[in-house]
Write a protein that binds this ligand. Structure first.
Ligand code: C2E
Ligand code: MG
Ligand code: MG
Ligand code: MG
Length: 279
């Protein structure tokens, strides 16, 4: 009996795996189509300076409007795009779109674009990025590339030389989701990041959790002594903003300042007399 049950369970499991595999293949094919068609779009979320109260930049975040499924979240297709290698053309498309928009903004406003560790496996990444800047006319100083620690795990020597080439070209490099990886501190030694972005899990807990506050305070102190700009991600409430200001955090990003929005909304917001942070 036990054996029969086991077999049944196994068959059920197999069928489910099969269905999942098919579903995945379908989504994979759809994403390939999306890249060719007009289903992908880039939204932009503001970054604010805590001291001057001004918007200093926007992060580009890819959006996929699937014809049948509606809006698919990056967390539901970026991993698949990474496994299949589609992230390479997708990432370049996002970068090009982001630069094309940013070149129309006031010159004090930067654009931040996420790069996947998979893109760093290609030796010509730096050349390609620099090529896109030339094509679009965006000065390198106005581009920030966001990477996670994953970049330095893969093939650290190659990733480091790519990062250095990008930095030498005048592009800024940010370490995203700081505090969620495994050996963050050693990475700060191997590469001179321009910015670290404190992961939103710490920010969310700040008002209620003394330990989260202590961690945020320590990260800000560390960044300051290394002369690295520090941005807090996922700022949703006035109280979080107040706490971050009192800890002398440099920049904030989150729903409180604005949700990711289409490029047209960004232009409208920048056209306002003095686009200010809330609070
Ligand atoms: P990320 O780079 O850390 O981007 C910030 C994420 O936090 C975005 O999620 C943003 O919508 C969300 N967020 C911003 N403020 C708040 C807030 O106040 N509360 C909460 N709960 N969330 C907030 P999104 O757009 O879903 O993107 C998720 C992740 O997908 C990104 O995390 C990034 O790792 C990846 N991603 C997005 N676009 C791209 C892309 O073009 N290329 C690559 N390689 N990855 C991308
Ligand atoms: Mg990011
Ligand atoms: Mg992040
Ligand atoms: Mg993240």
């Amino acid at each position: 009996r036990a054996k029969a049950d086991g077999r049944g369970t196994y068959r059920f499991f197999e069928a489910e795996m099969d269905a999942r595999l098919q579903e995945r293949r379908r989504l994979e094919r759809d994403l390939q189509q999306a890249l060719l068609g007009e289903q992908l779009t880039v939204h932009f979320q503001p970054l604010g300076d805590c001291t001057t109260q001004q918007i200093v930049g926007f992060e580009a975040l890819v959006r996929w409007n699937h014809p049948e499924r509606g809006l698919v979240a990056p967390s539901d297709f970026i991993p698949m795009a990474e496994e299949t290698g589609l992230i390479v053309p997708l990432g370049e498309w996002v970068l090009r779109e982001a630069c094309r928009e940013a070149v129309r903004w006031p010159s004090s406003i930067r654009v931040a674009v996420n790069l996947s560790p998979v893109q760093f496996r290609h030796a010509d990444l730096a050349e390609r990025v620099i090529g896109i800047l030339k094509d679009t006319g965006l000065p390198p100083e106005r581009l920030e590339l966001e990477v996670t620690e994953g970049v330095l795990i893969d093939d650290s020597a190659r990733a480091l030389s790519t990062l250095k080439a990008l930095k030498d070209a005048g592009i800024r490099i940010s370490l995203d989701d700081f505090g969620t990886g495994y050996s963050s501190l050693s990475y700060l030694q191997s590469f001179p990041f321009d910015k670290i972005k404190i992961d939103r899990s710490f920010i969310g807990n700040m008002p209620t959790n003394e330990d989260s506050r202590a961690i945020v305070r320590a990260i800000i102190a560390l960044a300051r002594s290394l002369r690295i700009t520090v941005t807090a991600e996922g700022v949703e409430t006035e109280e979080q903003l107040r706490l971050l200001r009192s800890e002398s955090c440099n920049q904030v990003q989150g729903y409180l300042l604005g949700r990711p929005a289409p490029a047209d909304d960004v232009s409208a917001r920048l056209a306002e007399p003095a686009p200010e942070l809330v609070g």
